[in-house]
Design a protein around this ligand. Sequence first.
Ligand code: DOR
Ligand code: ZN
Length: 423
Amino acid sequence: MFLIKNVKVNGEIANIILSGNKVSGIVKDVEKITDVPSFDAQGRVIIPAFVDIHTHLREPGFESKEEIATGLKAAVAGGYSAVCPMPNTNPVTDNKYIVSYIKTRAKEVNLARVYPIGAISKGLKGEELAEMASMKNAGAVAVSDDGMPVTNSNLMRKAMEYADGLGLKVISHSEDKSLAEGHANEGANATRAGIEGISRVAEEAMVAREILLADSLNTSVHIAHVSTANSVDLVRWAKAKGIKVTCETCPHYIVGTDELILGYDCNAKVNPPLREENDRQAIIAGLLDGTIDAIATDHAPHTKAEKDREFALAPNGISGLESAFSLCYTALVESGLMSLCRLSELMSKNPSKILNLPCGEIAEGGLADFVIIDIDNEYEIDSSKWYSKGKNTPFNGYRVKGQVMTTIVDGNVVFNRESEERK
Ligand code: DOR
Ligand code: ZN
């Protein structure tokens, strides 16, 4: 038995009793329970640990950007108990051996749960379907060619049909490359900066295609990193028609706009690109009305050397695991737009449901995966202190609230900021 004492659950101080790796009770009074190992949460808020259904852990192949060990340390420091790494590794995660390798390495590291996402097509080439059944048997929970769009519509259609039969979700990186040759959102700021623009239609046309394919096949599809107002409208329309579509957005589309590129900071270069204020507002509206189901990080670590280049040459991506919650909490909850309960759903329960994972809730009999938050203390984002190898964020220096203090996975304290800082 293990006791997490003095936590704020749904606004009230309580104590959580764990038996093994499961929650066995949430009680007000623990005076009678003595001689049990415990952790004192000092009256802080406890919510289900976060579940990231869109992470790049970079291993195998790109260990200079991130390793499974550093990525998982970053995950637990960000309050995540489960992450789903994307398959754009080297070799590509398009077969059972790489899926097994990732699972094995994650078990050795033993911090957060890892649910790999396999490739849709062999080598992410968009030509031939990868072996989904054997990847699923090895532990893959979804398929995606993230980083690369599936250009061939017929291949995407086959992928949806095949994956549906296996109970795997298809996650679409929706991008028409022929409209996306630039490096920032097409608009006044890209023009001002002299950076070639990427049309919003590059995303929206593919979002529309995926929705129509899913409708025609009566299968489901999940749209990754939604960033434009029209994409939100398309998903809203599809949901109203009963089409089985879900979608995610990322903290950087909630907090940032393409104004961040005006200083040529390559840390603001991401795909899809940061958009404009009306898109940002539409994303927030979508989060509020349930059109957008989840917030995922698209944690995309890159080295300093890769990002210290001219804008057009730098790779796309923002390192996100260690700032996601604070950025979202500050922009959405502290600002009064949404309740902590809704944000928690967007970061834990809903992503978990989308991929059918056993996480995302604090319930009797449920997994003991929690995050303890300090909601009052304001602090400054400083990526030089992160555990991730990727320090690439445009949000350094942002003052935020909602600091992750402790992460508990499977009943074990896997991250505790106060003892880390004392080291
Ligand atoms: O910005 C991005 N970075 N978008 C993607 O789709 C891929 C990712 C990466 O792998 O770096
Ligand atoms: Zn992507």
